[in-house]
Design a protein around this ligand. Structure first.
Ligand code: F7E
Length: 334
């Protein structure tokens, strides 16, 4: 199905998923609008260079009037609400702001769609997250979390996302809006921010490989995550909005790996067998409450949407390392 003559509004356009979905929508022929916040957002120039086809609209998820303006300007067939304070560690330090942006921001955007008379026209994708499950032992089914699993969020971020998830479902049930919630497990790639553990590792390994850095400081190394490739996951977001019925879907790989596994794979990619001499643990990167293990079961998305992931764990680490080595080489003096 082509998106020719369709319009989409993407919040979180400066983030990893915003970049991937904007490209996908542009390739499908959509007119793509992106919400960008801040008086002088330092990432604006990078977005303009990376995604020149995106029409940027200034506004903030905490500002209802700005969202009405954004929705009126873009007149979207599809809204992708990817904007959030998305760093779990940061959310412990700024819990109230996280509630406003990551939680109440969803309500503000849904209201902007509804109050401008677009409840029937506009399809809405809400970026829900595996952080809503919490990873606790008693709460984890053997085959992995699915759409029916219990929620027990373990961070201000997870709690705020749970509000966003339920208010999105509530607007589906209350107003008949086409609202789909994608419960996405960790997804990474070349566009991932350096503050997330995978990119922090691949950036450091690239620099160590090129002799630009000696060590990497990390927090806990035992937590396990179900890591997939962001490009595969944004395709799933789009598929959710093309499905005849609005619904909730888990996107995951069905595999889980510890941070130690990620280190092993990343260092092996540059020919280093033992990563221990390069890694220093620093309590500053540990969290007041940790999500021990995340493992998702994507069967519903696979069977209902025909979604599949192309990139596996080894492929993900390899493409991130290759990208970061090339990036560092570009910055080296000739
Ligand atoms: O941490 C541990 C950390 O920050 C992964 C977000 O996209 O996915 C992401 O949340 C694990 C945690 O991602 C460091 O304690 C150790 O156990 O890369 P992360 P996350 O917290 O899993 C979910 C699905 C989302 O929805 C979020 O928005 O790695 N860890 N040492 C570290 N983490 C970081 N960031 N930095 C370290 O130095």
């Amino acid at each position: 199905m082509s998106g020719a003559s369709k319009s989409a509004l993407v919040t979180g356009i400066t983030g990893q998923d915003g970049g991937h979905i904007a490209e996908l929508l542009h390739e499908q022929g959509y007119e793509v609008f992106g919400l960008i916040r801040g008086q002088s957002n330092p990432r604006k120039a990078a977005v303009e260079a990376d995604l020149p086809f995106v029409k940027l609209i200034e506004g903030d998820l905490t500002d209802p009037a700005a969202l009405v303006h954004a929705v009126d300007t873009s007149d979207p067939d599809e809204v992708y609400n990817l904007g959030a304070i998305s760093h779990v560690g940061y959310s412990f330090k700024n819990p109230s702001l996280t509630a406003e942006v990551t939680g109440k921001g969803v309500l503000n955007l849904l209201e902007a769609v509804r109050l401008t008379g677009r409840a029937e026209k506009t399809k809405f994708y809400q970026a829900s997250t595996s952080e809503m499950f919490g990873g606790l032992d008693y709460n984890r089914p053997g085959s992995g979390y699915n759409e029916d699993s219990l929620f027990h969020p373990r961070s201000p971020y997870g709690v705020a996302k749970l509000y966003g998830h339920w208010i999105a479902k509530n607007y589906r049930e209350s107003y008949g809006m086409f609202v789909a919630c994608g419960i996405l497990f960790n997804h990474e790639g070349e566009r991932r921010g350096i503050e997330f553990v995978t990119r922090k590792i691949t950036d450091a390994v690239a620099r160590i490989h090129l002799g630009l850095q000696d060590k990497i400081e990390l927090g806990d190394l035992w937590p396990k995550r179900d890591w997939g490739y962001a490009g595969d996951y944004v395709r799933g977001m789009w598929q959710m909005l093309q499905h005849p019925e609005p619904d909730d879907f888990v996107l995951a790989t069905g595999e889980t790996h510890s941070i130690e596994d990620f280190l092993t794979e990343a260092f092996a990619a540059v020919g280093i067998d033992d990563w221990h001499p390069y890694v220093v643990q620093n309590p500053a990167f540990m969290r007041p409450a940790e999500v021990d293990i995340l493992l998702g079961d994507p069967a519903k998305a696979e069977q209902t949407l025909g979604w599949h992931r192309d990139v596996d764990f080894a492929g993900l680490v390899k493409r991130m390392i290759d990208h970061d080595i090339a990036l560092q080489r570009k910055n080296l003096p000739a």
